[in-house]
Design a protein around this ligand. Structure first.
Ligand SMILES: *Cc1c(COP(=O)(O)O)cnc(C)c1O
Length: 398
């Protein structure tokens, strides 16, 4: 066993020490005041994080549970919905919707690319009966960021709900729900939020709540209307809460908001600078970034050259450097390495990750002539911290 291992996957992610300590706290009762006070504080911070004045609901489930709750709460079997499918998680919206008996219209987007707002508009024009649009804010299987703000600008002017899976975006890159006009934003605990897996977290807009009120309950456990009532009346969840995970979430949110009013801006800027750092190094190594211009601020996917076995490379990095990367999914298994840099990750983790990446790449037969990728990475990081986040990343030395 190595002394230290670094989890650089796009979920689960590393946890701050104060989160780990909170998870070890003695058990308290979920109907008593101590718990309700804690959940009330969590609620206020979740609203800030989601950028909403609506109630944000924690569910005891993985992120997919929150996706399921959204689909069951907002649509009736037979309803027509438009789904952006550009990877493994877009596919998941399709599966959940089909299971609920929805009629799905799928916009297939090549893996590695983002949908365009125009494509969504054209699809809505073609299907005027569509009741919803489902998309990932970040498609984690490819590292692509879909233009959710632009899509919301279209859906908010029509009688169509926009459901955004923000599992790998909330707490990583900006997605203020009310300002954009998103009708349902959801996430999970184990990515940007730095908590173990096991919480699904979801918020609905005012008009989505109105829609939900008209939909007969089709899933007893994920009844968002009942959950909302319980939270608003008593700061409780309807069933036994994931008490320990919520203690962890409380500490994670306190960590996120430790810089006061500027906390979210500072967090997103740091995430973006780490992204620029990793991207610059990958380019310097002569490798291909899978997501070219619409990229996540929390993970970087690298498309490996023909003949390089990504699965072997990832195993090598774990065995020899204690660095754990994510692999490719679906057709891209073995062909992509996904470097996670979301949550409790800093420049030194990124340096370790890039070192492990380059040496493991060479160990499985890859070639690079670069010896200065770490310097290039640090230069990009420092430059990115001095410019507006979200503008294209500075490529290399400033
Ligand atoms: C991780 C992830 C999921 C799946 O979440 P689970 O917690 O495994 O259910 C869904 N969508 C996106 C965008 C994700 O990143």
């Amino acid at each position: 066993m190595r002394n230290k291992s670094r989890l650089l996957t796009p979920g689960p992610t590393q946890m701050p020490e104060r989160v780990r300590l909170a998870l070890a706290m003695h058990m308290i009762h979920h109907r008593k005041n101590e718990f309700r006070t804690m959940l009330g504080e969590v609620e206020i911070m979740l609203q800030k994080l989601f950028g909403t004045s609506q109630t944000v609901i924690p569910l005891s489930s993985s992120g997919t549970g929150a996706m399921t709750a959204a689909v069951h709460s907002l649509f009736n079997p037979g309803d027509e919905v438009i789904i952006v499918n550009g990877g493994k998680f877009g596919e998941r919206w399709v599966h959940i919707s089909e299971t609920h008996g929805l009629s799905t219209i799928v916009i297939n987007v090549p893996w590695g690319q983002a949908v365009s707002a125009d494509q969504v508009r054209a699809c809505l024009d073609e299907h005027p009966n569509a009741k919803g649009v489902m998309v990932q804010v970040c498609e984690t299987s490819t590292g692509v960021l879909h233009p959710v703000k632009e899509i919301a600008a279209i859906t908010r002017t029509r009688d169509v709900l926009l459901l955004a899976d923000g599992i790998s975006a909330v707490g990583i890159s900006p997605c203020p729900m009310d300002e954009y006009g998103i009708d349902c934003l959801l996430t999970g605990s184990q990515k940007g939020l730095m908590v173990p897996p096991g919480l699904g977290i979801i918020a609905l807009s005012e008009r989505a709540w109105k829609r939900a009120a008209e939909i007969p309950v089709s899933c007893f456990y994920f009844d968002l209307i009942e959950e909302k009532k319980e939270l608003e009346a008593r700061n409780q969840t309807r069933f036994t809460s994931s008490i320990s995970l919520l203690h962890g979430l409380n500490e994670a949110l306190c960590t996120i908001f430790r810089h006061g009013e500027n906390s979210l801006d500072a967090l997103y800027h740091e995430q973006w600078a780490l992204t620029c750092m990793v991207r610059a190094a990958i380019k310097e190594l002569g490798l291909q970034l899978f997501a070219e211009d619409h990229y996540s601020w929390g993970l970087t996917s690298v498309l490996l050259p023909e003949g390089i076995d990504g699965t072997k490379m990832i195993q090598y990095a774990e065995d020899n450097y204690g660095v754990i990367f994510g692999g490719g999914m679906g057709d891209y298994k073995g062909r992509i390495v996904r470097i996670g840099h979301m949550g409790w990750v800093d420049w030194s983790d990124a340096l370790a990750g890039l070192t492990a990446f380059a040496y493991s790449y060479k160990a499985v037969g890859g070639f690079t002539s670069s010896r200065s990728y770490l310097e290039v990475a640090l230069d990009a990081y420092h430059t990115a911290l001095t410019i507006e986040p979200g503008t294209p990343c500075p490529d290399s030395r400033a």
